[in-house]
Design a binder for this molecule. Sequence first.
Ligand SMILES: NC(=O)c1ccc[n+]([C@@H]2O[C@H](COP(=O)([O-])OP(=O)(O)OC[C@H]3O[C@@H](n4cnc5c(N)ncnc54)[C@H](O)[C@@H]3O)[C@@H](O)[C@H]2O)c1
Length: 426
Amino acid sequence: MADNAHYDICVMGLGYIGLPTAAMLATSGAMVLGVDTNAAVVDTVGRGGIHIEEPGLKTVVRAAIGSGHLRTAAAAAPAGVFIIAVPTPITPDKRADMACVVGAVEAIVPHLRPGNLVILESTSPPGTCAGLVRPILERSGLKVGESLHLAHCPERVLPGRILTELIANDRVIGGHDRASAEKAREVYARFVEGEMFLTDTTTAEMVKIIENTYRDVNIALANETAVLCEKLGIDFWDVARFANRHPRVQLHHAGPGVGGHCISVDPWFLVERFPADTPLIGLARTRNDAMPAHVVARILEIVGDRPNPAVAALGLAYKGNVDDLRESPALEVVRLLREKGCEVRVNDPLVKRAPCETLPLEDCLKDADCAVVLTAHDVYAELDPAWAGTLMRGRNLYDTHHLVNPAAWRAAGFNVTVLGSGRSAE
Ligand SMILES: NC(=O)c1ccc[n+]([C@@H]2O[C@H](COP(=O)([O-])OP(=O)(O)OC[C@H]3O[C@@H](n4cnc5c(N)ncnc54)[C@H](O)[C@@H]3O)[C@@H](O)[C@H]2O)c1
């Protein structure tokens, strides 16, 4: 196919969402062009490689590229369907940063033809399709709802299970009109086995944002409960276990904070737009953002008055068994510890490009006064306490995820502290 030829689908953004989606569509038989503004991504994927860690992704991308159904480029080209899967982060003052969405939509305008369908997959503040995307698309001279179709189809996959969930999850498809929603459903029917629910664009946008807000508010409640349990001298994990035997209670996990591209970001989209109407949502964000400072205060208690204590930070990624650092509370814990004069050594076997130096586990633990589990990677659950004890200067372990077996660590002579537990060591 020549470079300016007509593709079935053009996917803008080849990240955690766009790349698996493009590869799945290509392996379903569509001719797909994957576009990314990052030249290294275009090159890596174009050669059948991947630039992010995700189980099974390499195989699907290699097959898609190998079959000739997936190609990559730095610029958009004519296609029947355009899918926008670019980042929607927040600015430092907690406002939705829609620059990538605007850039991607503007980039497709010159290629739009009557009958095209544009699908926004990026998580976006309610009203984005109608108020931001539509006016840009109509610069083409085509009218949304007449000669152009527009839909929002948010993504709810879990990193680490993206390919499985891409197929299995139910999807909500919001159309500018019924025809747009139905056309979008046809696209996803190529690989989605979950149920698909059709609605309008703003409802679909709100569904996605409120799913993440629900999680954030509930995690804030768990974190607040954990802090209270520490003060009460009881164990949050017992409280959660017992409370969750109630048929209508599902207390979430407490932890060192909330990270990732979604849960810690999306609630701000509502707070920004409706500041007077979102006291609960804003407070939950503040509660979760306060957890790294809480973690640091406990580490300082554990190491006592030792000057410049050495802390082994186990994990940087925002959640277990992924390499994603975005908004990771572990980064904030490391920053705050250094600010307090701690000598922090960091290990994360999954993260390839960290903003600070990372060390092999052995070097990270060597002569440390305290090891702190900041990310629930399996490798830390499996860590041998006897081996760690031979390396460390102080036998202190602080587990912010309730990940390790405390009895095994205590048997190896460790003082074990678990976030949320106010019990002194048994
Ligand atoms: N990662 C997740 O688990 C997840 C889950 C649900 C929803 N989302 C949402 O999906 C969207 C994409 O997230 P992601 O995790 O895939 O992001 P990502 O950062 O992994 O990838 C986005 C890609 O888009 C590229 N890009 C930026 N601007 C571009 C442009 N104008 N044209 C073409 N490419 C451009 C970037 O170079 C990058 O490679 C976000 O709105 C996010 O909130 C992500």
